[in-house]
Design a protein around this ligand. Sequence first.
Ligand code: GDP
Ligand code: MG
Length: 170
Amino acid sequence: SQSNRNAKLVLLGDMGTGKSSLVLRFVKGQFLEFQESTIGAAFFSQTVSVNNATVKFEIWDTAGQERYHSLAPMYYRGAAAAIIVYDITNSDSFARAKKWVLELQKQGNPNLVMALAGNKCDLEDKRTVTAEEARAYAEENGLFFVETSAKTAVNVNEIFYEIAKRLPTT
Ligand code: GDP
Ligand code: MG
């Protein structure tokens, strides 16, 4: 049957990993080499269709800097979904992503659909985080995992579509 739902979604992860770029790619189909840093958080919305349903994502793109950490619960509280983003060329950003996962497991909505995005997969020659280690980590923690590129658009629509499919239907 037809159903139309709204779902709050938050993007978390280190500054510079490409959160805003993923949102810009998903919402507007664009990419900027010099994407401006997010201050506080930014809001976007975009609708996807899955089967006979539409999901309108209400997207909170957070800043990622440590000094804004205390604001994060405002964005993930009540969220139906979270995308935790790291940069495949930056091991520190992967370590930071794991900390976000822990925080969400402790403080987030228990039915939260979590996705792990290894972004900048177009930069294969600069890779420091293997897909295998990230996939193993994601499996252990019940996360959906893909590598993405906001630059080339690889897996960007797919990650939102997969999240929409995984949302509880009631
Ligand atoms: P945020 O701080 O997590 O929101 O990261 P931004 O979206 O501001 O991106 C930080 C920088 O990385 C910008 O210069 C982007 O152009 C660049 N960037 C973002 N995504 C990608 C990607 O998939 N591939 C490449 N090569 N660069 C990216
Ligand atoms: Mg940003």
